[in-house]
Design a protein around this ligand. Sequence first.
Ligand code: NAD
Length: 496
Amino acid sequence: SFAEKARHLVEFPNGEHEALTNFINNEFVPANSKREMDSVNPATGKSWIKIPDSDREDVDRAVKAAQNAFKSWSTTSVQIRSKLLMKLANLLEENLDGLAEIESRDQGKPVWLAKAIDIPRCIHNFRFFASAILHHTAPSTLIEEPVKALNYVKHDPIGVAALISPWNLPLYLLSFKIAPAIASGNTVVCKPSELTSVSAWLLMHAIREVGFPEGVVNMVIGTGQAVGEPLVTHPNVPLVSFTGSTVIGKRIAEIAAKWNKKVSLEMGGKNACIVYPSANLQRDLPIIARSCFINQGEICLCSSRLFVHESIFDEFLKGLISEAEKLKVGDPTSAESKLGAMNSEVHFNKVKSYIELAQKEEKVHCGGVVKMDGKCENGYFIAPTIVTDISDESRCMKEEIFGPVVCLSKFKTQEEVIERANNTLYGLSATVWSSNSEELLNTANGLRVGTVWCNTWLTRDLNLPFGGTKESGQGREGAVDSMHFFTEAKTVCVRL
Ligand code: NAD
């Protein structure tokens, strides 16, 4: 059963597991190639489980299964769909602790964080959309001219959706796609990141156990090149929902345009954090530090460019360094560790290279690579790193680092800081910190991003749109927005 699988994975952290398999038509099947790859625990640097190295053949089979299931699933009542999603949420909740441990081992994040955020939010996503479909209303009108008629709008599911997700919040972000996609009557083929596929594989066990019909949810594990791209180019996949980097998102948009596929893109960020003199630093500095460094800075919404008013710059810097130093980096299984390991060796080296760049040109106040002892001696650890004296044109200020590295810069006026905050290719989110409501609102209104948080961070209401402007995204996710993406509105006019 799902619970037994989860328990077994938790109890044997160092291997001794069967290799993961793809999930097609409610069956667990090995990749067509019979090849496997390693999934590495980034805290130890060691492979802990094998995953399939799938290819186009596997994609074809999964798409066929999803296509076959579409007719029946798309006409299944919302009440039945809702019940299955609720059951799934409940089953996941019963196994929350095990899922959190596995997510941490595969991703590098602290177990306590996966227990507090990743898994609860994944469960919430399934519950939320299970409920949302029961309360969805569409407009209808009665008209007199040119003929008497009743108009109503139907939101029809579209077909097979490709759901492609990244490695930073593996189960949470995948569930934010699966839940609305199947709730609204589509069938899906999921492609989790090849760096973090284990929790998604467990989710497939839960999906089978609660009784989803075969073919509604399918999953193919493998690389972006071998699995992601064949999925995006598949002629029978009319929908692609992608979360990941801007480079890959733009490539997907380009490929998908050939078939005029519907595409939703959630991509990178380089988020500004604007701190005015009246900010309540005593209350909010720990939250600002969290917004910079939590999940090792591997959240697309993390603050990375901090603009601090010159009158409070020194005080703020001192305070932020002190908060950063409190964030102990260490073994993700320890409750003491506030930050765990960077997700992979490649990513660790990328983040390290930005710190080295900053060391050459700017001032680095704290942080850098951390060497561990014991079982984590070969893990990929980086402590919260704060950079100052940096130009807006430097690479550290312009490029997404996606690690626990932030750049601080001084500003003088509101007009100046809005312009500088907007001076980026990205537009995902921003935070503004001030006790002056006019200042907060004027700044929020001036920022060209998808989400602005004022005196808070990462507070989310799924009823509201989420997404990015410019090179951070295309389209929005959320209750109504996700339902609109995963359906086609059809207006029906009936002459009376
Ligand atoms: P990535 O773009 O490298 O990979 C994302 C997914 O796309 C993976 O499953 C990958 O295998 C797949 N992929 C890679 N090449 C592909 C191709 N040619 N065709 C189809 N699929 C392909 O991103 P990542 O490194 O896994 O994740 C980190 C990035 O994700 C960061 O840039 C971060 O900002 C972004 N992100 C954005 C959001 C958001 O909501 N906007 C949320 C989380 C992460």
